[in-house]
Design a protein around this ligand. Structure first.
Ligand code: FAD
Length: 456
C-alpha cells in the first residue's frame, strides 16, 4: 500500500499526527505494536490521574469532619480502583479507535520498521509481514521506563510505573527511587491510600526539572502528609529480607537501609530508535535531534514525542509535535509554539509552571520583576482547605515571561498564563482583566498587580 505519510507509534504524538494529516487531505497509515493511545493513555497520564482523583477523593472524605461532612470508615477498594482505571482507559481507547476509523486513518496492528527510504515493513500480530510505502515517515515510538543497574532491581515487589499501574498492589510501605514527576505523583497516590511512603532522590532536591521554590513547597507539603524525602542519597542495592524488601543506600557516605514491601523505580524514561531505521539519525543522549518542523537528519524522516532531544517528555509536547510534523509533510505552515510548554505535577495541591523561572531570570542578568500571592489568603483555596502560592515573572518592560503555581487548579491556571506569555501581554494588561469572585483565578490578577507601580 502506498501512503502520503506513515507514522510508527500510536501514542499521543503518533495519533495526533495521523489525525492532523488526514485533515490536510493526506493518506495516512498509523502502525501500533501494542495499544492505541501509547504510554499516556494506557500506562501514563490517564491511569495515574484516575488514581490521583481517587486518592484526592479519599483524602477529602477522610477530612470530611473539617468541612462539616461526617464520613466514617472511608478506605480504598483496590479491586474497584483497578476496575475504574480499566474503565477510563478502555473508554478513551475505544473513542480513539473509532475516531481514527471515522477519519479514515489506516491503522496497522504490528511492529513497524523503516526498511528503506520511503518504505516501512510491518511485522503484523498474525505473523505476516506487510510492506508500506510513503513520501514521508514519522517516528513516534515513545519511551519505556529506564531501570538503572541496581542489584535486586529484578526482585518480586520491585516495580516500574508500568508494572505498578498494571498490578496496583496493596502496599503498606512503599519506597520510591527517584523524586521526579512520576515518583512524586505515585508518592501522593500511595500516601493517600494509606501507605508509608519514602522517596529517595540522588539530586539535592526532588522535582529537579522544576523551580527550587516549587520543589521546596512540595517537600514541605510531603513532610506534613508524612511522605519522607531523602535527598542526595544513592541507592546501592535492593535485597529480600524476612519481612519483605530492604533498600540500601548511601547518605553522606554512610550506608543506610530502609524496609519496604514494595519498591518503585522511577528514575526516568528510556527512548531510542536503535534498529528502527537503516539510517544513522543524528542523536543527542540517545534521543533524536529534530529541527523546528520535527525533521530528523534524514530527508523525509520526522521524529516526534518522547524520542526527540531537547523537549520535555510530555503528552502535550508529543501532540504538538505531531501536528507540526503533519503540517510540514502537507507543506503547510504551523503556528504551534514549542518554546512555551507548560509542565504540571498532579500532586495535591497541583504544581504547574511555564516559561522562564525566577532562577533563570536572575541568571540571565537582564532586568526582571516577580509578583507573588500566597493562596492562604484566596477565598476559594481556603474554602477547599488548600494553600500554596503563585508567582508571575515579568521582564524589564513589564512583559510576562514566566509563571509558577502550587495551588488548587494549577493545571488550569497555567493555561491562562501560557496564553498571556504567548500573546506578549504586559502585567498591566493581564491585571486589567476582571476575574470572577470567589475564584483561584482572581489571585492571578492580584499577583500581576504586584508587578505594577501605582502612582500616588
Ligand atoms: P508513547 O505514548 O510512548 O507512544 C509510543 C507508542 O509507540 C507506544 O504505544 C508503543 O507501543 C508504540 N511503538 C513503539 N515502537 C513501535 C514500533 N516499532 N512499531 C509500532 N509501534 C511502536 N505526560 C503528560 O503530559 N501529562 C501527564 O500527566 C503524564 N503522566 C505520566 C505518568 C506516567 C506514569 C508516565 C510513564 C508518563 C506520563 N506522561 C505524562 C508522559 C507521557 O505519557 C508521554 O510523554 C507521552 O505518552 C509520549 O507520547 P509519544 O507519542 O511520544 O509516545
Amino acid at each position: 500500500m502506498n501512503y502520503d505519510i506513515i507514522i510508527i507509534g500510536g501514542g499521543p504524538g503518533g495519533y495526533s499526527c495521523a489525525l492532523r494529516a488526514v485533515q490536510y487531505g493526506l493518506r495516512a497509515a498509523l502502525i501500533e505494536k501494542d495499544l492505541l493511545g501509547g504510554t499516556c493513555l494506557n500506562r501514563g497520564c490517564i491511569p495515574t490521574k484516575t488514581l490521583l482523583f481517587a486518592a484526592g477523593l479519599l483524602s477529602s472524605m477522610k477530612q470530611g469532619a473539617r468541612f462539616g461532612v461526617a464520613a466514617d470508615n472511608v478506605r480504598p477498594d483496590y479491586e474497584a480502583l483497578r476496575a475504574r482505571c480499566a474503565e477510563v482507559t478502555g473508554q478513551l481507547r475505544n473513542g480513539l479507535t473509532k475516531l481514527l476509523k471515522q477519519q479514515k486513518v489506516d491503522v496497522y496492528a504490528g511492529e513497524g520498521r523503516v526498511t528503506a527510504a520511503g518504505e516501512v515493513t510491518v511485522a503484523c500480530a498474525d505473523g505476516t509481514e506487510t510492506v508500506l510505502t510513503a513520501g514521508d515517515i514519522v517516528l513516534a515510538t515513545g519511551s519505556v521506563p529506564a531501570v538503572p543497574p541496581i542489584p535486586g532491581a529484578d526482585l518480586a515487589g520491585v516495580y516500574t510505573s508500568d508494572t505498578l499501574l498494571s498490578d496496583l498492589p496493596e502496599l503498606s510501605r512503599l519506597v520510591i527511587i527517584g523524586g521526579g514527576v512520576i515518583g512524586t505523583e505515585f508518592a501522593e497516590v500511595y500516601r493517600a491510600l494509606g501507605a508509608e511512603v519514602t522517596v529517595i532522590e540522588a539530586m539535592p532536591r526532588i522535582l529537579p526539572p522544576m523551580s527550587a521554590d516549587l520543589a521546596r513547597h512540595l517537600a514541605a507539603d510531603f513532610r506534613k502528609k508524612g511522605v519522607k524525602v531523602i535527598a542526595k542519597a544513592s541507592v546501592t542495592e535492593i535485597v529480600r529480607t524476612d519481612g519483605g524488601l530492604a533498600v540500601r543506600y548511601t547518605l553522606a557516605d554512610k550506608p543506610q537501609e530502609i524496609a519496604a514491601d514494595g519498591v518503585l523505580i522511577a528514575t526516568g524514561r528510556r527512548a531510542g530508535v536503535a534498529g528502527l531505521t537503516p539510517f544513522a539519525l543524528k542523536e543527542d543522549r540517545r534521543r533524536v535531534v529534530v529541527d523546528e518542523h520535527c525533521r530528523t537528519s534524514e530527508p523525509h524522516v520526522y521524529a516526534i514525542g518522547d524520542i526527540t532531544a531537547g523537549f520535555p517528555q510530555l503528552a502535550h509536547t508529543a501532540e504538538a509535535q505531531g501536528k507540526i510534523a503533519a503540517a510540514a509533510v502537507a507543506g503547510k505552515a504551523s503556528a504551534i509554539r514549542l518554546d512555551l510548554i507548560p509542565s504540571v505535577v498532579y500532586t495535591r495541591p497541583e504544581i504547574a509552571s511555564v516559561g522562564v523561572s525566577e532562577e533563570e531570570a536572575k541568571a540571565s542578568g537582564a532586568p526582571y520583576k516577580v509578583g507573588r500571592a500566597m493562596m492562604g489568603a484566596n477565598a476559594k483555596s481556603l474554602i477547599a482547605g488548600e494553600a500554596g502560592y503563585m508567582k508571575l515573572i515579568a521582564d524589564g518592560e513589564g512583559r510576562l515571561i514566566g509563571a509558577e503555581f502550587q495551588c488548587e487548579e494549577a493545571s488550569n491556571l497555567v493555561s491562562e498564563a501560557t496564553l498571556a506569555i504567548a500573546a506578549g501581554l504586559t502585567a498591566e494588561t493581564f491585571a486589567s482583566i476582571v476575574r470572577p469572585h470567589p475564584s483561584v483565578e482572581e489571585a492571578m490578577g492580584e499577583t500581576a498587580e504586584g508587578l505594577l507601580s501605582f502612582e500616588k
